[in-house]
Design a protein around this ligand. Structure first.
Ligand code: SF4
Length: 269
């Protein structure tokens, strides 16, 4: 075994321990493709197929650019949103949004980032201080843990799409207000229409309750498949909650394995 092999195994074990897993065994892992089996994907459009083939062939993943200098400053409305035919156009149309008061207090608009044709979307409630400063979702300590959670199920940040219900930070990281959600959710819905994910993972109680219009507890929302605008949706812990309460990591790891099983069943099965 080379020193590089040893480093990879050590990194793997540390990652699983970080997720709260205390026991593991090794076996050939032939059931877990690193990349999607495109031929078996449920009826993708030609456009999606080409994009994914390109990603698999070249290993190159499309990143969304946060092009502040291209912001139009338009005040969004439903018609503007539904006019857009790709995520970059949608971003350009909405990045100057002031439809709710958060548009006046944000530093940076946080549209979301990742693969514009992702099969898996992770959606939190709203940007925090780090995200507001950088314009990129989940970049602080919670973001680093989210990256580990994604990698634990053999995906990468570049393969999935990560975003929030609100695109601007609520002051002091307070919970989103109903009026803010009402103003901002159409952007998320249009993102989902354009990305056409196979499954959405809502991060945390607030995201789960808001998307599902539910008052159920996180425990009641977890462990099952819901429907969000025709897309399968599951709910797990917000990584920030896992940082505060590491004892929840084993349950979160169970949720992630559930997500991976559902994803494999839909994409490959
Ligand atoms: S939170 Fe959403 S609706 Fe409110 S200003 Fe930001 S982008 Fe617009």
């Amino acid at each position: 075994m080379t020193s590089n092999n040893r480093k990879q195994i050590a990194s793997f074990i540390l990652q699983r321990m970080e997720m709260g897993e205390t026991e593991w065994f090794f076996k050939p892992d032939t059931d877990f493709p690193r990349r999607l089996d495109i031929s078996a994907h449920a009826a993708p459009s030609k456009h999606m197929l080409l994009a994914k083939e390109k990603m698999v062939d070249t290993g190159k993943v499309v990143h969304l650019q946060h092009r502040e200098n291209e912001c139009t400053g338009k005040i969004i409305d439903e018609e503007v949103i539904t006019d857009q035919e790709n995520l970059n156009d949608l971003y350009t149309a909405v990045c100057g949004c002031t439809r709710c008061p958060l548009g006046a207090t944000r530093n940076k608009f946080v549209f979301g980032a990742g693969n514009p044709h992702a099969d898996v979307m992770f959606i939190g409630e709203a940007p925090g201080a780090d995200e507001d400063a950088q314009g990129i979702p989940f970049v602080g300590r919670a973001g680093q843990l989210l990256t580990k959670m994604i990698e634990a199920i053999k995906l990468s940040r570049e393969e999935v799409f990560i975003g929030n219900i609100l695109k601007c930070r609520p002051p002091g990281n307070r919970d989103p207000k109903p009026v803010e959600i009402e103003c901002c959710e159409p952007i998320l819905v249009r993102q989902i229409e354009l990305i056409r994910p196979t499954i959405i993972c809502a991060l945390g109680r607030i995201a789960g309750q808001t998307l599902l219009r539910s008052k159920s507890s996180l425990g009641a929302l977890r462990g099952k498949i819901h429907d969000y605008h025709g897309v399968k949706l599951m709910v797990t812990y917000h990584p920030a909650a896992l940082l505060r309460n590491p004892n929840w990591k084993p349950q979160a790891w169970g949720d992630l394995k559930f997500l991976r099983r559902e994803y494999d069943g839909m994409v490959i099965g």
